[in-house]
Design a protein. Structure first.
Length: 457
């Protein structure tokens, strides 16, 4: 990250052409640099902080007009970063936007790094770290549900849940420090019963947040579904039916799918990556062997596995073995058995040696609703919640470490150990919570987090 005294610049809109593009400057010199690059239209008021956007012409490095559009200036208290900020709204031409950035650099601005505008917002107290990470998740959202969840977190959902927990720990730490400082005065000692209840309550709050993490992780990161089975059972047809478009090649000849094919599906707000795999079988062709290896790897790594059988014929020995494995841990929770071609006369769904096979028809779409419902139920036990608060693995790890510190504090208090030891464990718990919101976060962690942001945000 650059020195906060320096003014930074970057294109804030996505790469490529568009109707409107935005170049953002932030820092002490942002208004002055922006005015060098902008000439107000005749009769237009001069641009100023908090004033409406002003229409005019933008100038490139040579001082020649390159486009027209609007200049918006933000005062420090009204900008995203908490610094003087300028935005140049031009047409979304990559050539125009690149020229405006180059002109700003020529005037002394520095090219912003990934997430540097948001980093400055954190450093200037406009956001805490959880809200900053939610801004990144909002930018990267692939479904409307992901966007809603990220927006709630950007509005401070997690920070609000953590605040009373932090305040409770701070209160007991202060009382414990007083007890250590004035050890001779009995009224300062920590009341064992109330302390134990407070620690138990804090542990319960952490567990409640962690209980929602599995659902939250799936909402934030999405999940993968590998479709496996013997050749010609209809995996590719089912793949296309789930996507509602012809994506995979379908043919009667065995071995049409020789590599994994991946596409993303919006499953009621959950981004689900479907992986169509090569038919599992013994092959001599080197290319097909690699396809089978990739299919097996996709099956091993996927969150869910769809074992597809052909309802128009009996169960093959290899399928019987796969069905047996699907009923054992750890495969049972993540394996769904699908019997395709249930629309055909004589389909053998009842003879499948499995307690809950799903009859479907890739040709007609029969049974797809029940299959989708099962996929959702497997991915998010208990159903989607409106606003899972913990979706980030970093936050979950910090909460787990908070729980461990609280457990040590409870054990120390229960064993009658020194109040100083109890207070130290409570401090560790508070520090882990501070890692989530950014109060106790190292520069190295900041660098790692903000390196995952896009440039311009």
């Amino acid at each position: 990250m650059h020195d906060p005294q320096q003014t930074i610049v970057a294109v804030a809109t996505p790469p490529g052409r568009g109707g409107v593009g935005c170049v953002r400057l932030s820092g002490l010199a942002a208004p002055q640099i922006a005015r060098v690059l902008f000439v107000p239209a005749a009769g237009a008021p001069p641009p100023g902080p908090s004033a409406p956007p002003v229409f005019g012409r933008f100038l490139g490095r040579a001082g020649r007009p390159i486009d027209h559009g609007y200049l918006v200036l933000f005062p420090p208290g009204g900008s995203f970063t908490g610094e003087p900020t300028a935005e140049l709204w031009a047409h979304g031409s990559p050539a125009v936007l690149d020229e405006l950035v180059a002109a700003a650099l020529a005037e002394g601005a520095l090219l912003a790094g990934p997430g540097e505008f948001t980093y400055r917002a954190v450093q200037n107290g406009r956001l805490d770290l959880t809200r900053a990470e939610a801004v990144r998740d909002l930018v990267q959202a692939r479904t409307a549900y992901q966007a809603r969840v990220a927006f709630a977190q950007a509005e401070g959902a997690l920070s609000r849940r953590l605040r009373p927990l932090r305040e409770e720990l701070e209160k007991w730490i202060a009382r414990g420090e007083a007890a250590v400082e004035f050890a001779e005065e009995s009224e300062t000692h920590l009341p064992a019963g109330r302390l134990a209840a407070a620690i138990a309550g804090a542990m319960g709050s952490c567990r409640d947040l962690l209980d929602g993490f599995r659902a939250g992780r799936v909402v934030r990161d999405g999940a993968t579904l590998a479709m496996v089975g013997l050749p010609n059972v209809g995996k590719s047809s089912l793949f296309n039916r789930l996507l509602a478009r012809e994506r995979a090649i379908v043919a009667a000849q065995a071995g049409t799918t020789r590599d994994t094919l991946e596409e993303e599906l919006d499953l009621e707000g959950i981004p689900l990556r479907l992986i169509d795999t090569a038919g599992l079988r013994d092959v001599s062709d080197e290319v097909e062997q690699e396809g089978v290896r990739r299919a097996q790897r996709a099956r091993d790594e996927a969150d869910l596995v769809l074992l597809v059988l052909d309802g128009a014929r009996g169960v093959e020995p290899a399928e019987a073995e796969a069905l047996r494995r699907s009923l054992e841990a750890p495969e049972a929770p993540r394996t769904i058995v699908v019997v395709n071609k249930c629309d055909l006369a004589g389909a053998r769904t009842r003879s499948i040696p499995h307690p809950r096979p799903f009859p479907v028809s890739a040709a007609s779409g029969e049974g797809l609703g029940a299959l989708r419902a099962e996929l959702r139920a497997r991915l998010v036990v208990g159903g989607l919640v409106e606003d899972p608060v913990v979706t980030n693995r970093r936050h979950a790890v910090a909460l787990e470490q908070t729980l461990e510190a609280l457990a040590r504090a409870a054990a120390a208090a229960g064993e009658g150990l020194s109040e100083e030891l109890v207070v130290e464990d409570l401090r560790q718990a508070l520090r882990q919570l501070g890692e989530i919101t950014g109060e106790f976060t190292s520069e190295a962690l900041y660098d790692r987090i903000f390196s995952t942001f896009c440039i311009g945000k």
